[in-house]
Write a protein that binds this ligand. Structure first.
Ligand code: AMP
Length: 436
């Protein structure tokens, strides 16, 4: 992958490699800056935390880590400091590259943990045990994803991929690597997709939000050829609205957990998909990044795409692959997603959340004895907000708990409603549920 990025730099030295708001960087600048930074980082083996928000410095730091073969951990500024401290502790990171303005290297106390060689990056996702969970992705899985992703998007070198995902989410892996390896210009953004993009990678929630505006139209986006949705259920209403408005633009429904490097299957949505009573397929079984099979109704991803594992071991990995916890089936060459087997991991506005991680955080707040967090669903089965029932002393109100949570959890994990209750219901499996 590095050789491909450097080949792009030789071929298109003055071409913009990356652009976000008013900041951009050419391929030549990117390579030179990354090589200089790699010189400063080389020698160490512990992971490097890359902290910032979509600045060119983050892309430079990612490339620098790849050059000096150090695993990197992307962390957006929306992650509170306390959570970053935990991430640093768990991963043994010994350096933080602060990319908020330029690149400043800050020494940390970590000494590296048992991260295998050839780890490309570590993504932290919500953890059921109360702490964020680190997934390490090996270089070979990333290489495989790049070749698979290219076969899915089919972009030429003049394509301009656009993406809104934070670099701390693995959806951004598609944006970053498929752009740079092909000598393309990656146009990152937060809310409104830039009008020059030819491909958009986003969550279905984001696509739905875009479609609420009449400005998201073929007239304003004449170059848009492909939209790839990934990360949660693509609702038929969203797909239908998009296909009616953007006739002839490809809509791809891609599937995969962070444990398997971005996505492992993809399906071009057709008119039949949105008229059939079945759910929209998430993949074509003959064209996947890694072997995908159904074991006892669960989607199992085997082979090269499966991550090396979690930093703290355990959970989901086994038999040469990863048990996703997703219920699925395959029929007529298509792969279908039928929901989660474990209802405690949910998707909220495209974000993956373990409800127990929020509960653990609330229980650590002063004055709280116990709590339970539950999602509120709309009629389509989508989560519209999170609600917490809390047993606490009389002086501890919702505002105080929210203040505490803001120091430990990203904003999207903080329940909108926090209510005091006298007792929590306990389900047959021993878990508290609901409260009042
Ligand atoms: P994440 O690790 O944040 O990418 O979340 C992975 C989980 O998101 C998967 O295990 C699925 O439950 C869900 N997911 C990913 N892609 C899709 C999709 N196309 N349709 C439905 N659910 C999806």
């Amino acid at each position: 992958m590095l050789s491909r990025i450097f080949a792009a730099a030789r071929r298109f030295p003055d071409k913009t490699a990356y652009i976000y708001e008013n900041n951009s960087i050419t391929y030549k600048e990117l390579q030179e800056s990354a090589e200089r930074l790699a010189e400063r980082l080389k020698g160490g083996t512990a992971p490097v935390i890359i902290y910032g928000h979509k600045s060119p410095g983050m892309i430079i730091s990612i490339l620098a880590c790849l050059i000096c073969e150090r695993p990197y951990i992307p962390c957006d500024v929306c992650i509170p400091h306390e959570r970053i401290r935990r991430i640093a502790e768990q991963s043994g990171a010994d350096t933080l590259a602060d990319c908020r303005s330029g690149i400043e290297l800050i020494r940390l106390n970590g000494k590296g943990c048992n991260i295998p060689p050839h780890t490309a990056y570590i993504i932290f996702t919500s953890g059921s045990t109360g702490s964020p969970k680190g997934i390490y992705i090996l270089r070979k899985s990333l290489e495989r994803f790049i070749s698979y992703g290219e076969s899915v998007y089919r972009m030429n070198s003049s394509a301009v991929p656009g993406g809104h995902a934070l670099f701390s989410f693995d959806l951004s892996v598609a944006d970053i690597y498929l752009s740079l390896c092909g000598g393309r210009t990656f146009h990152a953004f937060d809310r409104v997709p830039p009008q020059d993009i030819t491909a958009l990678t986003c969550t279905p929630t984001f696509l739905r939000m875009c479609l609420l505006s009449g400005d998201f139209s073929p007239e304003n986006y004449p170059s848009l050829r492909t939209v790839l949705c990934c990360g949660e259920v693509l609702q038929k209403t969203t797909a239908e609205k998009f296909m009616t408005r953007f006739k002839g633009t490809r809509l791809i429904n891609a599937y995969g957990p962070s444990e398997c490097c971005c996505f492992v299957s993809a399906h071009d949505v057709t008119c039949e998909d949105i008229t059939s009573p079945r759910s929209v397929p998430v993949g074509d079984t003959e064209h996947t990044a890694s072997p995908v099979s159904i074991k006892n109704g669960e989607i199992f991803i085997g082979g090269i795409s499966a991550a090396g594992g979690y930093l703290d071991g355990g959970g989901g990995f086994g038999d040469g692959g990863y048990y996703t916890g997703d219920s699925g089936n395959a029929a007529e060459g298509r792969l279908f997603f039928n929901g989660r087997i474990n209802g405690r991991m949910i998707k909220y506005s495209g974000y993956r959340i373990e409800l127990s991680e929020i509960e653990e955080a609330i229980r650590r707040a002063e004055g709280v004895a116990d709590c339970t967090v539950s999602p509120v669903y709309d009629e389509k089965g989508q989560v519209t907000m999170l609600k917490a029932a809390v047993i606490s002393d009389c002086d501890t109100g919702a505002a105080q708990i929210k203040n505490y949570l803001a120091r430990h959890l990203p904003a999207y994990m903080i329940p909108k409603v926090i209510e005091r209750t006298e007792s929590l219901d306990v389900t047959p499996n021993g878990k508290a549920s609901g409260g009042q």
